[in-house]
Ligand binder design. Structure first.
Ligand SMILES: [Zn+2]
Length: 139
């Protein structure tokens, strides 16, 4: 029964009871995103603009020459983590093999479009949140 409940919670991670504001998502996922880019000159220096109005189809944007990261509203927890990690990759100085310093590898967090699958560090962090919320509310 508990396993079924946890699966339902993962699938419904964006439901109101377990949902986070974008500010809470940033707090929750930032350590995970920064950990993917050890040694980044922007780690700890970032300025974030949440609920940024970005061009159609864009969920995130990094301003080169700064440590400013723009994140669009309305992303799922997992997508927020993926986009945050991707933009911090740009902030770290990532050099890609395609224009815009993106990777041509569809499974890379630095791929220029939607990832083919999930990004394991983000899935793990989301899972921690679900467990944290479940056991806290069960008390
Ligand atoms: Zn990019």
């Amino acid at each position: 029964m508990r396993a079924v409940l946890l699966i339902l919670l993962v699938l419904g991670a964006s439901t109101r009871a377990y949902g986070m504001t974008d500010e809470q998502k940033l707090t929750w996922y930032l350590p995970t995103a920064e950990a993917q880019w050890p040694g980044s000159p922007c780690n700890g220096q970032e300025q974030f603009v949440l609920e940024a109005q970005l061009p159609e189809g864009k969920d995130g944007w990094f301003a080169y020459g700064t440590c400013d990261v723009y994140l669009a509203p309305g992303m799922s927890d997992n997508q927020f983590c993926i986009i945050l990690t991707h933009e911090l990759g740009h902030a770290s100085g990532y050099i890609g093999d395609t224009p815009g310093d993106h990777s041509s590898d569809l499974n890379s967090i630095m791929y220029g479009g939607r990832l083919r699958g999930d990004y394991a560090p983000c899935v793990r962090r989301t899972w921690q949140r679900v467990k944290h919320m479940h056991f806290r509310s069960a008390r």
